[in-house]
Design a protein around this ligand. Structure first.
Ligand code: SAH
Ligand code: SF4
Length: 351
């Protein structure tokens, strides 16, 4: 187990020291999870949100956002396209909505996606050999009740991403309104409920936030290790014009990119067999950062399969649309596999 001092030292590496850290993380990742990376098709289902996080471009208080929710047909087409392209697994992400209608719609969608087969998605039967029969479904739909988490798990969702955003409660409070809807305690409780509902649990933080220091980042990594997470999605904070946090002083983009790469690498050393995503926000700041992350400890990538016109309204931060297309053939991907967390599988077997 690393100490705070050891972690901050690794996070301060630069140049050849940083390159060596990433190379070691890559070696550890390949040994623990295999050569191939696990892709998931990201479906940005809706930009409606009941919350008002101070950093986010689709917060409820943001004017000028064309609010949308994809139709069932659009989601299914996106999911089939993901399977056809060899992604094997999808993530449904949206703002936080807790209405009955939304809960039921997600439940239906998960059930339907689980019924997709390589054949029904139009995958060539020869290529489809060896594919897992049903796509993996990850949800990232914010805080919901334990009952709702259970319903969606029963429908077939097996993974859930809920970032803690900042594991330090004081820092968390500077990033969210104090209105009863943005409670740190409830976020932690939601993570515990995801566990109870049987999900592979993923969390993560934003890196380079205003007011964040090296101690916070080291504590974030230790938080994830203590929580014994199965997956991690963390990425740089990217300013979004028009949000309350825009204009505050923050580290340069280069620093945020490098720090995200180092955080990814150190987490890999701490938790060799979890799934760690190369963050989309990373690619927004640096088009080469995706491949650096994937050869520096990350083993998951989430190419966007949302229909184009909706995608432009899912603007969590500035320039989000300028992400280079993911070319599956450029990488060694675990084609057609649901890509579960090996860490989670091992825990199950020990029970
Ligand atoms: N509403 C859900 C999921 C969608 S938001 C939730 O909040 O959990 C997904 C992630 O986008 C958030 O967890 C947050 O970490 C990230 N995000 C939002 N605004 C951002 C910004 N300005 N820069 C970087 N990441 C941001
Ligand atoms: Fe809503 Fe998620 Fe954005 Fe917060 S981060 S405002 S919960 S979409």
């Amino acid at each position: 187990m690393f100490s705070v001092g050891q972690i901050t030292k690794m996070l301060s590496l630069q140049g050849s020291g940083m390159d060596a850290l990433l190379a070691e993380a890559h070696r550890v990742r390949v040994a623990a999870t295999g050569e191939c990376i696990r892709p998931r098709g990201l479906i940005e289902y809706s930009n409606l949100c009941r919350k008002n996080c101070l950093y986010c471009g689709i917060r409820s208080g943001m004017d000028g956002v064309g609010r949308y929710t994809l139709s069932e047909g659009q989601v299914m087409e996106a999911a089939r396209r993901a399977v056809r392209e060899g992604l094997g697994s999808v993530v449904i992400q949206a703002g936080e909505v807790t209405t009955r209608e939304h809960i039921e719609a997600i439940e239906r969608l998960v059930r339907e996606i689980k019924l997709i087969t390589p054949e029904s998605a139009g995958v060539d039967p020869v290529r489809a050999r060896g594919w897992s029969s049903s796509p993996g479904v990850t949800l990232s739909l914010g805080e919901q009740s334990l009952d709702v988490y259970r319903r969606w798990a029963d429908a077939g969702a097996s993974r859930y991403l809920l970032r803690i955003e900042a594991s330090d409660e004081k820092l968390y409070r500077t990033l969210h309104p104090h209105d009863g809807r943005h409670s740190y305690r409830r976020r932690i409780e939601a993570l515990e409920n995801l566990r109870k509902a049987g999900y592979q649990v993923g969390t993560g933080v934003m890196i380079g936030l205003p007011g964040q220091n090296a101690g916070h980042l080291a504590a974030d990594l230790l938080f994830m290790q203590r929580a014994d997470i199965d997956m991690c999605g963390m990425g740089p904070y990217v300013e979004c014009a028009g949000t309350p946090l825009a204009g505050l002083s923050l580290p340069p983009a280069r620093w945020r990119v490098d720090m995200t790469l180092k955080m990814t690498a150190v987490l890999r050393l701490m938790m060799p067999d979890i799934n760690i995503a190369a963050a989309t926000a990373l690619e927004t700041l640096d088009p080469h950062a995706r491949s650096r992350a994937l050869s520096g400890g990350a083993n998951v990538v989430m190419p966007n399969v949302t229909p184009r016109d909706a995608r432009s309204e899912y603007r969590l931060y500035d320039n989000k649309e300028y992400v280079p297309d993911f070319k599956i053939d450029d990488y060694d991907v675990c084609k057609g596999a649901a890509g579960d967390s090996i860490h989670f599988e091992k825990k199950l077997k020990n029970i």
